[in-house]
Ligand binder design. Structure first.
Ligand SMILES: [Zn+2]
Length: 429
């Protein structure tokens, strides 16, 4: 990899972050000379990666033009599998969503069936000549992922996925570089990309649906840990002596009390015991099994048993989160997934337990909030990850000489979490 590619990669990522948007900005922040900046930026413009916009507010002298990531050339496909659905979107490399689709698909049906569904959906999304502009693909799955190998590792709710070379499958089909990551990681990345200005660079995102996952953004970077297992909140133990066996095989996991199937188990018991007319009615529907969505609906309809179950789940999640808040000191905790759709019924107990159990300095300004109602975090995070990876120096060096990344594969090397040569903090005044 050349020095040219290294600095080009750095400048592209600074432009993409929106923190340095003119040539003089880039010079001030990197210490690189004007000639080097001009050469690299011109290269990026010729390559169709960056465009020049309107003149920036002048600080004296000749005004510089605003630089931003180009739209209209490369596209990426971001997709996320939940336990029972798929959401896929095509975005520009500047992050704009061009088209998206949601549909039902059980992740339990196995990797081949899921891949087939994704291929079908993406063909529709990329119809009309967009397929020729596809530069990269990133797919999230609801389980632990070895990010280097691009494969799920012993995922508790995904039979048949362990060791399946999902990234190879994606690259063979699309003939562009592909990445696979955990769904909560991608949702955290998407939430951070969308709300960075107010949420800050240290955030946690809890996804509470069928499983309970966690994504960690630390100083503006996704924290995957040594092997990619970071954030596996659902299988932390909340009750050592418990008789509730979790789907992972252990006893007493958070998921065995606060995950979707646990709530359905308790909701069914309450309905059968005559404690909740609302849940009893849902239980009696022919051929539609009781689901965690019914419990969330119960909360919205003020069913006391549903409220009690989701409140209890919120307290348990909050207790595990409190430890993380003390260790990691985030500025924002986002709640996502189906339990978050219960609104305050879930958010309030999480926030109260976190506040009660953490140090004042860690919680004084901590925001605990629902991530939002449009549920686009996952696909936006997946697309952002693909663009981030395409712009890494090692990756850029592989494809830039050919004009675009088509026909290139993602590196299989050691996972180094990318040693940043230059930290993207705001400049000191
Ligand atoms: Zn477990």
């Amino acid at each position: 990899m050349t020095d040219h590619t290294q600095t080009l990669s750095l400048l592209l990522r600074m432009i993409r972050s929106g923190q340095s948007v003119t040539r003089p900005d880039l010079g001030r922040r990197t210490g690189l000379g004007r000639t080097v900046i001009t050469q690299r930026v011109d290269h990026a413009i010729r390559a169709g990666l960056v465009t020049e916009g309107e003149p920036a507010p002048s600080t004296g002298g000749r005004p510089s033009r605003v630089l931003r990531m180009a739209s209209g050339r490369g596209l990426v496909l971001g997709a996320v599998f939940g336990a029972s659905h798929l959401h896929a979107a095509v975005t520009d490399i500047d992050g704009t969503v061009l088209a998206d689709r949601r549909l039902a698909r059980d992740v339990e049906s196995g990797p081949e069936a899921c891949a087939a569904t994704l291929f079908e959906v993406s063909e529709e999304l990329l119809d009309g000549g967009l397929a020729e502009r596809l530069w990269g693909v990133c797919v999230g799955v609801p389980g632990p992922v070895d990010f280097v190998r691009g494969t799920a590792v012993r995922p508790p709710i995904m039979p048949g996925w362990h060791g399946f070379p999902f990234r190879e499958r994606l690259e063979a089909h699309y003939e562009v570089p592909a990445w696979v990551d955990n769904d909560a990681n991608l949702m955290a990345l998407g939430a951070w990309n969308r709300t960075r200005a107010r949420a800050g660079d240290n955030i946690l995102l809890v996804k509470a649906s069928t499983g309970i996952g966690l994504g960690v953004i630390s100083r503006g970077r996704l924290h995957r840990g040594a092997r990619g297992a970071a954030g596996d909140l659902g299988h932390t133990i909340v009750a050592e002596e418990s008789r509730h066996r979790c789907r992972c095989g252990k006893f007493g996991c958070l998921e065995a009390f606060a995950g979707g199937p646990a709530l359905v188990r308790d909701a069914r018991a309450a309905a059968l015991a005559g404690r909740s007319p609302f849940l009893a009615e849902r239980l009696e529907r022919p051929s539609v099994p009781l689901d965690v969505t019914d419990v969330v609906d119960g909360c919205l309809a003020d069913d006391p048993v549903s409220v009690e179950l989701v409140t209890r789940a919120g307290e348990l999640v909050g207790a595990q989160l409190a430890t993380l808040v003390s260790v990691l000191n985030p500025s924002t905790v986002y709640l996502a997934g189906r339990l978050a759709q219960a609104g305050e019924v879930f958010r309030r107990p999480v926030a109260e337990v976190v506040a009660r159990r953490s140090l004042p300095l860690a919680v004084d300004e901590l925001v605990v909030a629902e991530v939002g109602l449009d549920r686009f975090e996952g696909v936006i995070g997946a697309a952002a990850l693909a663009v981030d990876e395409l712009l890494r120096p090692d990756m850029l060096g592989r494809w830039l000489p050919h004009g675009d990344p088509r026909g290139t594969r993602a590196p299989r090397g050691e996972f180094d979490d990318f040693a940043e040569p230059f930290h993207l903090d705001p400049p000191s005044p």
